[in-house]
Structures are given as structure tokens and as C-alpha cells.
Design a protein. Structure first.
Length: 104
């Protein structure tokens, strides 16, 4: 539900850690992409904490891919942490494990 979707950001030096709570879908993905794209200036490492994400749609995958490309353009990196098995499987099936870093 969109009302339960939250993004919490913490900047430490050149590392931006983002805690995402709620589903990443067609309604919430644009919010995530817009919010983070406006926050990535000077960031070298983007860490996405997925502990609160139980579902990701194709729109969510597209937003993650866009963020990954933005980080690469600015010679940075993006990592995803605490990804639950169901979400990780969706990312794997989409073929994104080759371009995205998922840490346990």
C-alpha cells in the first residue's frame, strides 16, 4: 500500500544509506527514483536496505536499474542489503543479478 511506503536516508561522508519500507511497485517506484536521484550528488556508495521490502514489481526493477546506471555514471557503486528471498528471486529471474550487487 502506498501509504505505508517510506524512504529513510542517512548520509555519512560519500555513502548514502537508504532504508526502504513497503512494496516497490508502479505507485512507489517513481517516488523512490525521484527522491534518490535528487540525493545522489557527491555520493560514491549507495546502500539500499531492503529489510522492509516484501515485493518488487517490474516498475521497481526499472527504478533500481536507473539508480544503478546513475551511480555508475558518477563512478560510484550501489549495493542492496537484507533482501528477502522472494524479492531476490524476482531480481534473479529478471536477470539483474549480473548488474546489481546484493549483500546478505
Amino acid at each position: 500500500m502506498t501509504g505505508d511506503f517510506q524512504i529513510t536516508k542517512e548520509l555519512a561522508g560519500e555513502t548514502l544509506t537508504v532504508k526502504i519500507t513497503g512494496d516497490l511497485n508502479v505507485k512507489t517506484s517513481p517516488q523512490l527514483e525521484e527522491d534518490l536521484t535528487n540525493s545522489l550528488g557527491g555520493v560514491k556508495e549507495l546502500i539500499l536496505d531492503f529489510a522492509g521490502v516484501e515485493y518488487i514489481s517490474s516498475a521497481g526493477l526499472r527504478a533500481l536499474l536507473a539508480l544503478e546506471k546513475t551511480m555508475r555514471r558518477q563512478s560510484g557503486s550501489m549495493k542492496m542489503r537484507k533482501v528477502n528471498p522472494a524479492v531476490k528471486e524476482i531480481i534473479r529471474l529478471a536477470g539483474f543479478l549480473q548488474v546489481m550487487t546484493i549483500e546478505d
